[in-house]
Design a binder for this molecule. Structure first.
Ligand code: ADP
Length: 506
């Protein structure tokens, strides 16, 4: 998940980033195959949603393809301590105050991270984007600074001489980097990946000088966007390649209902657009070795039954014989959470139960709490974020519900598949690309249930089908085996990214 930037003015104009750490010789990693991945979050260092999973998984996946990928992030509080042998490799001035880039290996993950230490921008309580009061008003500058540091490394390399051959920017927080590269005439090619078009990094027009972009380019065909400025648009018009996180979402983004105002830009750049499906880390998400769960695999689901019983108990649910469904999600309109209360009846009437883990919009948290109060023993709720519990939920569930209005890729359905929890999904984006509905032609390969359109009636119909499938034990078991044997690891996607980088780096 990423955050929408609120509109506020009054930031000071940045001085250009400058360096006073000299490069000391050339680094040993493969020249011609270096990628700098730029993002606002990466697991396991900092995570609010799927973006972090993807950014954190890519370095190992790309290493298998012979690419040396490093990740640059803001040094949020406490992050630097999680690097092994962190050392400064660049210093500069960003928004009037000193900033230092630290390089080190992420403990427990192994990939190399650059953390941009700039206490005036990142040393704040709360999450990466804001605190209890909402998003930080200077988010445009906070992430513009990150982009300026990345561009400095693209230009001159770090103190050890590591300089990327390709810049890979993720979402609006990193999208200014391709624009800065283009404005400065730099030659480093760039890829911009859209993980979610809903978050566009909007700022009012008077912020343009503070973001270091020329006023002369504040025109409709350049940086102007609905009378203001969008970091995402700036990146989309400046980068060399655009990717989205599923092929279906790439097509959807050309339509107004999904393009969210930027469909014209996407259409104009269709020639450089492609969809590359996200993978999952199959080491971390492995029901045979996951330390959180009783082990099981496609050939023997006995352990899954034990996980199911534990999950029911953990949520205070009755020992139901029907389908046990879970939701692990941000509780937002995008995720279709408002449809649950209206659409859940067939699951409960069919002898099933629902366990929900999530947090988000207060009114949806309230709606879920109301549902749990209405159906004690049948609907359980945990408000908050709990990674370990999420593993136990996928492991214990018969089904995972993902009725999203749009879903760029979606990871929860992939974790569901891996743990034999059949996804019940809306027919959109990556959900469409990854779940096989048991239509007669595909009955043998089916892995889940699809609903269309995304409304309460379609959800009710989909849940009725789930209940029927669950009652047919052999058929349900075959679908679980199909699901668990499907390969959504990173290999194919990493090959696609590697091919993209190769084409750019020459
Ligand atoms: P998005 O990035 O739009 O939120 P994704 O499906 O791409 O949605 O990724 C969501 C990720 O966050 C998954 O790894 C999911 O398991 C995790 N997640 C979401 N909410 C919670 C929660 N409350 N507790 C633990 N993990 C969660």
């Amino acid at each position: 998940m990423t955050a929408r930037t609120p509109a506020k003015s009054g930031a000071k104009a940045p001085k250009p980033a400058r360096t006073n750490v000299r490069a000391k010789g050339t680094a040993a990693s493969a020249p011609g195959r270096r990628v700098l991945s730029l993002a606002s979050e990466a697991a396991p260092l900092i995570k609010t949603g799927g973006l972090a999973d993807v950014v954190g998984a890519l370095p190992a996946a790309l290493a298998a393809e012979g690419w040396d990928m490093r990740v640059m992030l803001p040094a949020y509080p406490g992050l630097r301590d999680r690097l092994t042998d962190a050392r400064p490799v660049w210093t500069g001035v960003l928004y009037d105050l000193p900033a230092t880039l630290w390089l080190g290996q992420v403990a427990g993950a192994g990939w190399w991270a650059y953390l941009l230490e700039a206490p005036h921008l990142y040393d704040r309580a709360g999450g990466p984007y804001g605190g209890p009061e909402g998003d930080h008003p200077d988010n445009p500058e906070r992430f513009a600074a990150l982009c300026q540091a990345a561009v400095a490394i693209c230009g001159q390399g770090d103190a050890a001489g590591w300089r990327p051959d390709v810049l890979h920017a993720h979402d609006w927080q990193a999208a200014l980097a391709p624009a800065y590269l283009r404005e400065s005439g730099a030659t480093t090619p760039s890829v911009l990946t859209i993980h979610n078009m809903a978050f566009q990094g909007y700022a009012p027009a008077d912020r343009l000088p503070a973001l270091g972009l020329p006023l002369a380019r504040f025109t409709h065909d350049a940086y102007e966007y609905h009378g203001g400025f969008s970091a995402l648009k700036a990146g989309l018009i400046s980068c060399d390649r655009i990717t989205t996180v599923s092929p279906r979402y790439a097509l959807e983004l050309m339509r107004a209902e999904f393009g969210m105002g930027l469909e014209g830009v996407i259409q104009a750049r269709a020639g450089v657009l492609s969809g590359i499906l996200n993978g999952i880390d199959q080491q971390v998400w492995n029901p045979e070795t996951d330390p959180e769960v009783v082990p099981f695999h496609a050939g023997n689901l006995a352990g899954k039954a034990e996980n199911r019983a534990r999950l029911l108990a953990a949520f205070g649910l009755d020992p139901v014989a029907g389908a046990l469904a879970v939701i692990v999600s941000r509780l937002t309109h995008q995720k279709g959470i408002d449809l649950i209360a209206e659409g859940i009846a067939p699951l409960l009437d069919g002898g099933g139960a629902l366990a929900v883990l999530g947090s988000g919009d207060p009114w949806l948290e309230g709606a879920m709490a109301g549902l749990a109060a209405r159906y004690p023993g049948r609907v359980g709720l945990r408000l908050g974020y709990d990674e370990a519990l999420s593993h136990r939920m996928y492991a214990g569930a018969d089904a995972v519900l993902v009725p999203s209005r749009f879903e760029p890729c979606g990871l929860t359905q992939l974790y569901g598949l891996r743990y034999g929890a059949l996804p019940v999904v809306a027919a959109t984006g990556g959900l469409w690309d990854t779940v096989v509905d048991p239509t007669p032609a595909l009955a043998d390969q089916a892995t889940g249930v699809m609903m269309m359109p995304t409304d309460a009636l379609a959800l009710r119909q989909a849940l009725r089908r789930l209940v029927d499938l669950h009652a047919d034990r052999d058929r349900f078991h075959r679908m679980q085996q199909n699901a668990m044997r499907a390969d959504f690891g990173w290999s194919a996607s990493a090959r696609a990214y590697a091919a993209l980088y190769r084409g750019l780096a020459g």
